[in-house]
Design a protein around this ligand. Sequence first.
Ligand SMILES: Cc1cc2nc3c(=O)[nH]c(=O)nc-3n(C[C@H](O)[C@H](O)[C@H](O)COP(=O)(O)OP(=O)(O)OC[C@H]3O[C@@H](n4cnc5c(N)ncnc54)[C@H](O)[C@@H]3O)c2cc1C
Length: 397
Amino acid sequence: MTDRTDILIAGAGPAGLAAACVLGAEGHRVLLVDPAAPVTGEDAPDADLRTTALLQPARDLLAGAGAWDGLSPYGTALWTMRIVDASAAPPVTRDFRAQDISDAPFGWNFPNWLLRRELLARAAALDTVETAFGASVRSIFAREAGIRATLSDGRRVAARLVLASDGRDSPLRRMAGIGTRRTEYGQTAIVFAVRHAIPHDDISTEIHLSGGPFTLVPIADDAGGHRSAVVWMDDARRQAERMALDDGPFLIEAQARSADVMGPLELASRRAAWPITSVLAERWTGQRLALMGEAAHAMPPIGAQGLNTSLKDVAALRDLCRAEDIGSAEMLAAYERGRRADVAIRMAGVDLLNRTSIAGLGAVQAARAFGIAALHDVPPLRRAVMRLGLGAVVRPE
Ligand SMILES: Cc1cc2nc3c(=O)[nH]c(=O)nc-3n(C[C@H](O)[C@H](O)[C@H](O)COP(=O)(O)OP(=O)(O)OC[C@H]3O[C@@H](n4cnc5c(N)ncnc54)[C@H](O)[C@@H]3O)c2cc1C
């Protein structure tokens, strides 16, 4: 027997979950498939301990789908982005303040496991959304009129559109014969939480020296005091050595790399390591198929662009599903046209920032320190950069 739905979403990571909430709230029948149920508890061994700063446009998208009320009590507001170039003497520090361009914070930071929990709860509350956890999409077969997918549990599903939200190594992208452009940076991000005596004052601090940024993003205080989530990018070999260290020696290195901006640090979580790669799909669509999230574009974690860019894919798909025949060639062409240029510009910007942050050469470091000051100290330029970082869409000519 074949089940029928409007949209089959392959992958229940944060991007697929958000797509299910948004498209389900629009009244489309959605089937969300993933070989593993989302991990929604902080203490689970495979909990995703990263945090995500959801920027203003992401808040608007999720609020429109009824998914923000559950999240908002847990978000930590980000009012200021502080950039410190610690290679300069004295260090160059510049604050980019949300009040300069808006009466709301840049965004709100959430633990990823909590994001999954609240998005899943919203999806479960929608009677348009069905889930199939424990099964993966094994094959897809598209015709002009529709697409059929076979799941690993033998179930067959007919849909008008399949959304591949199955991550940076996307099996569906491979099934559709879509290649990628990949950049291996030779870096690893170590993520962990810290406590610190100094309050974070809703400031996210990005410290540049060499090897990649060291970023402290505010998370909610708890009974133990002030906390931040750290993303520390550096050469992969050095990071492997650091991951092998016991907590004590690891903390000494982290403290030194933090330039003491938050005072003495204390580890407040286990550590996790993420290799840094960027991936851009050569095409974003196939017949009755659209790639989204990291299946279409993955980039280094700088400037909170990753998942926020994926949520802009979701917003574009929502709008096109309102205006066009779902899954039609016209809809898919409009999707690819609308999203590619914005993502390409964003990826180029993140790539440039990462490469300048990797630099250990004095001349490049001096240029970086000068660049940070120049971007900040010219008010129209500063506001333009902040708006772009916040998600102002770059449209093709
Ligand atoms: C260190 C780090 C920090 C980051 N910080 C930020 C930040 O502050 N802000 C931000 O916006 N972004 C950030 N990002 C990026 C963000 O975390 C990712 O974009 C996001 O988690 C990826 O979500 P996704 O849903 O696209 O993919 P994934 O989370 O990889 O989900 C893919 C899902 O697809 C499933 N799947 C695989 N194969 C199949 C199949 N055949 N059928 C069905 N399902 C399948 C998998 O089981 C998985 O659940 C960060 C990334 C890193 C590495």
